[in-house]
Design a protein around this ligand. Sequence first.
Ligand code: DGL
Length: 275
Amino acid sequence: MQNKLLKNKPVNLEEQAIGVMDSGVGGLSVLQHIHRLLPHEHLAYVADSQYAPYGSLSPAQITERCIAIADFLIAHGVKALVVACNTATAASIQLMREQYSLPIIGMEPAVKPAALASQNGVVGVLATVGTLKSAQFAALLANYGQDIQVHTQGCIGLVECIERGELDTTKTKTLLKQYCQPLLDAGADTVVLGCTHYPFVRQSIQDIVGDDVSVIDTGEAVAKHLHNTLQEQSLLTTSVGVPSTTVWSNSQVANADTVIQQLWGNGHTTIKPLE
Ligand code: DGL
């Protein structure tokens, strides 16, 4: 397949933004960890909300969206891409890595850390149906789930609530109770947030499962992996100024910009429509 990025490193490539993409606003939870760890990096984020949830699309449809967004971000000059979406990583990251030569960081549900953290060997995973039925997730279980019991729960409708900024509504809490209860019934002492939208309702999940259950997600680990990758490739910015953050969104939600501001919670951000 044709490589879409020039092999020769452009001058000042390290001063370009980090591109981050998700099916919607969920990846902003990862963007927060990236910004915390790399506070001087410019950030370019695409929320493909019009096509959310990716969990209900076919792998081919998800890959089509991922390629369109990666092309968009690369055209805007990014030095690395973070696929801040478990569902898109499972469906498309292999092909993306074949197609582009810039560093691409993906993410997967934290089954491995959960297996290490669990005291009783019973782990619950909350994720989209797309992630749970992917070959990548099956491989993850085969690699790290052998010595533990893993109970999975697809969370239909939860991404949509979070896209609308409904973090604290009765509807969202009812869904969360419905999805957490089977994991509690199975005796899970560790619950994995296997979708980047879910950290935005983390407190509600913790309240439901109780303080004796550990709730873990992968945002911080992804930010660390990104940092190490940029360092290895001499791509960390040398600037110490205030960086820019641009969020492109094609959300059809009426108060989309307010939802983005509410979830992202950082200043110096420009929100633009994604055509
Ligand atoms: N944030 C995405 C993930 O991590 C949500 C997927 C979806 O849109 O279904 O899986």
